[in-house]
Design a protein around this ligand. Structure first.
Ligand code: AMP
Ligand code: MG
Length: 513
């Protein structure tokens, strides 16, 4: 790998703490602290994303690169660092947080000059680790690697995963927070993104009343990551906020399209570029349920439930608006932009839902149709993903019974079949109003509705296997997730097996990492 080409523009641009001290502490007025990873002597490679490595300019992997994957013996050009950010967690201001478990190597440029940031997750403590150890376990690392790649191949903006390696060390975790800590295998994931900047970076600097630094950070962000913004002066900051709102709304619509539940949408986990970031207690929806939360820590409030994600994003954008206020100084503008976020989200959402049903556009009356559909999904306890893939395959005379059995988590009754029948009748009537051909409608459904979904129970099974030293299921899942709009393994296109109902790690998870 071309490690000598890794650079660190942050270090040149922003004030930082170069003491190298990893003692956990407040670091006011700086955006980062230099920090050395602990280093692990017995690494073992599990996964390497060769294609991504080539794409971002890191080149091919050779045997002695394994050290880099766990941040061992770094070359001299890499002065690694952790960034400081703040955030609102579960609705409350949490003050300084920062990269507690992530350490940056810097960024790499590819042939076209596009830069990508690289960071290790789980390579040791930083000043921002608070009371934690800066380590990550195999379980959560596999989840991050696989799900971020799954989202990428679904076509959803996300951070990506370059590698996964065991550290050779054990890490102690109390997975269920029930006083039963266990030793688990430690691992390091290298993840990449155009930028890992979060709402929380802006909140931190703004809360310290460092307006000049806030301006510098925002100018840097716009210049590097928002080439579409050409304006100057205050207008630039307005356009920046409007664009972040739009990108966030688009991301929320995309999460709705595939049924992704993030689980911890604190402002420190919100990417300023509108990427899906920080894969923790996430889950894909099995049965359609707007109230489903994947995070045990989110009970009983369900602040981060599937259906609440767009609203919570808007709340998070309010916090970003507050942080950017010193640059924009226009309450009316910010309020209006936040209102427009809602209408823009619904516009995106309705267009997306129409495409899922194979409709070429949203028509009057579709809101009623969508509401009827939601009622059907809940009443019949239908699987979100399978519903659409089966609907696309449904011919006029297909038995409704087999559709029901494949898609519903309930036992079949004649009344329930009748409800399904009534809905399909309405659906066919609506589809007849399309101005595209039935073939074009089918093609639209095929590219909007994934056949393969990386469900939590599949990840759970792959991790169980991996703990026994087997990689077969993980390999199959990686193949499937790279082609989510094709049915490669029919055995994965099924409902969550009933044996997994309520099993920890299969539908709900804790934050423990
Ligand atoms: P999260 O909600 O998982 O995004 O984490 C919230 C904060 O806790 C972030 O600042 C993380 O860096 C920090 N954190 C979480 N887990 C660890 C860990 N194992 N070691 C150090 N810091 C952690
Ligand atoms: Mg986080």
């Amino acid at each position: 790998m071309n490690l000598q080409n890794i650079t660190q523009q942050y270090l040149k641009f922003f004030p930082g703490d170069f003491s190298g001290n990893t003692r956990q502490r407040q670091t006011p007025k700086v955006l980062f602290s230099s920090v050395k990873p602990v280093g692990f002597n017995n690494p073992e490679l599990i996964l390497f994303n060769g294609k991504l490595s080539e794409e971002i300019g890191l080149g091919t992997f050779e045997e002695n690169d394994l050290n880099f994957l766990v941040a061992n013996d770094l070359p001299e050009n890499i002065v690694s660092y952790a960034t400081a950010y703040a955030g609102h967690q579960f609705g409350n201001w949490a003050g300084q947080l920062g990269d507690g478990r992530a350490i940056f190597a810097g960024e790499i440029a590819n042939r076209e000059g596009k830069t990508t940031e690289i960071q290790w997750k789980g390579a040791g403590a930083t000043p921002y680790s608070r009371s934690a150890d800066g380590r990550a376990v195999l379980r959560s690392s596999v989840r991050e690697y696989m799900m971020s790649e799954a989202m990428f191949h679904l076509g959803i903006p996300t951070t990506r995963a370059l590698s996964l390696a065991l550290t050779g060390e054990n890490v102690i975790r109390d997975m269920m927070y029930d006083g039963n800590p266990k030793a688990e295998k430690g691992a390091v994931v290298i993840r990449t993104a155009e930028s890992f900047l979060r709402f929380g970076h802006f909140e931190l600097i703004s809360s310290q009343k460092e307006t000049e630094l806030l301006k510098k950070l925002t100018d840097f962000t716009v210049e590097n990551y928002f080439p579409e913004i050409k304006s100057g002066g205050i207008q630039k900051y307005r356009d920046f906020f409007t664009t972040v709102c739009k990108k966030t709304a688009e991301l929320m619509s995309e999460w709705f399209r595939v049924g992704f539940v993030h689980g911890v949408m604190n402002t420190d986990n919100m990417s300023i570029l509108g990427l899906t970031i920080d894969y923790g207690p996430f889950s894909m929806l099995d049965e359609y349920d707007l109230n489903f939360t994947s995070n045990t820590t989110d009970l009983p409030g369900r602040r981060y439930a599937f259906g609440k994600q767009p609203q919570v994003s808007q709340w998070n954008l309010w916090q970003l608006a507050n942080a950017l206020f010193p640059l924009i100084d226009d309450t009316k503008f910010l309020e209006q932009t936040l209102d427009e976020y809602s209408s823009y989200f619904w516009e995106q959402h309705d267009g997306m839902m129409a495409a899922k049903f194979g409709f070429d556009k949203v028509m009057e009356g579709d809101d009623v149709f969508f509401t009827d559909w939601q009622k059907l999904m809940v009443a019949l306890k239908l699987d979100y993903t399978l519903f659409f893939t089966e609907l696309e395959r449904l011919e006029q005379d297909t038995a409704r019974e087999s559709f029901f059995d494949k898609v519903s988590y309930m036992a079949r009754t004649p009344e329930l079949i009748q409800e399904l029948e009534n809905f399909i009748k309405k659906y066919n009537e609506r589809k007849n109003l399309n101005s595209i051909s039935p073939e074009a409608s089918k093609a639209l459904m095929k590219k909007t509705n994934p056949c393969f979904l990386l469900r939590n129970y599949l990840l759970y099974e792959a991790i169980e296997e991996l703990n026994l030293g087997k990689k077969d299921l993980m390999g199959k899942l990686l193949h499937a997730l790279q082609n989510p709009y094709q049915e490669i393994y029919p055995e994965f296109s099924v409902k969550r097996p009933s044996t997994y109902e309520g099993v920890s790690g299969c539908s709900m998870l804790s934050c423990s990492s």
